[in-house]
Ligand binder design. Structure first.
Ligand SMILES: N[C@@H](CCC[C@H](N)C(=O)O)C(=O)O
Length: 261
């Protein structure tokens, strides 16, 4: 099978994008995705997305983690597929598209490289010891700490993701350090089974958890730094529910190519 693909990155979370409006990429098992995402023997990426037609929306997003399995919602992937849809001429500057966790609204800058993506509303944040656990389209564990720059995110994230509580379904593990003007976040991602340079649903989970932790109410804007760059989360919080949640940040096409598998 010969595949025409595009490579995108959003704050260093990188993805293979395929225009599958003609349904020529047939997903039968996880081997093709696994091979394409492999950083030694394939294109290399944290995940792969198919952009497909949908009768009721501008397009549908199908997201696979780099382990080859269909994933839950990917926030940075969502921002990248919006930039891809604009590149293809499927949308102009605003869109309503469908992802695994439901419909999403997004708007994109005129230059096509900055996307504000609306995420699902959240009304439940649980605790696991001192950590927060919530689902922002994907399941997340959020733990606050000091000196995060030197922390072993891989070993500690992997241990939490694979402990008795989370082993079966898996969880994405986020560590956050409050730097005053911004939050510094590092994430061990389920489905990649490694630390990634950014995780969109992860930084969303972190911003909401920290707002609850710090008893913030009203319209809140949270600047975030991750290994791959800067993101911003904005939302309204009335003490019970988080609404109008937006994940904002860069989404850039890196290259395009052909590969046969
Ligand atoms: N990188 C993503 C999260 C992708 C989903 C996750 N790995 C999972 O399946 O749990 C993001 O930007 O949100």
């Amino acid at each position: 099978m010969n595949i025409h693909f595009f490579k995108y990155q959003g704050a260093g979370n990188d993805f293979i994008l395929i225009d599958n409006r003609d349904l020529s990429f047939k997903y039968t098992d996880n081997n093709a995705v696994l091979q394409l995402c492999n950083r030694r023997f394939g294109i290399g990426a944290d995940g792969l997305m198919l952009l497909q037609n949908h009768a009721d929306y501008d397009f549908e997003m199908l997201y696979f983690n780099s382990d080859g399995n269909l994933g839950s919602m990917c926030g940075n992937g969502g921002r990248c597929i919006v930039a891809f849809a604009k590149h293809l001429g499927v949308i102009d500057q605003e869109t309503d598209f469908l992802a695994v966790d439901g419909p999403h609204y997004a708007k994109i800058s005129e230059e096509g490289n900055w996307v504000d993506l609306q995420m699902i509303d959240i009304d439940t944040i649980n605790k696991d010891g001192d950590a927060y656990v919530l689902n922002t389209g994907s399941p997340h564990y959020v733990a606050e700490m000091q000196n995060l720059k030197d922390y072993d995110v891989y070993q500690n994230g992997k241990a939490i993701r694979n402990n008795e509580t989370y082993k079966k379904e898996g969880i994405n593990v986020n560590f956050v350090e409050d730097k005053g003007d911004y939050l510094f976040v590092r994430t061990f991602e389920r489905g990649v089974e490694d630390e990634t340079y950014a995780c969109g649903t992860g930084v969303t989970a972190v911003a909401l958890s920290m707002a609850q932790h710090n008893h913030q109410i009203g319209h809140i804007e949270t600047p975030i730094k991750v290994l791959g760059g800067d993101l911003k989360i904005q939302f309204d919080y009335d003490g019970k529910q988080f609404t109008n949640v937006f994940l904002c940040g860069p989404a850039e096409q890196v290259f395009e190519g052909e590969i046969s598998i």
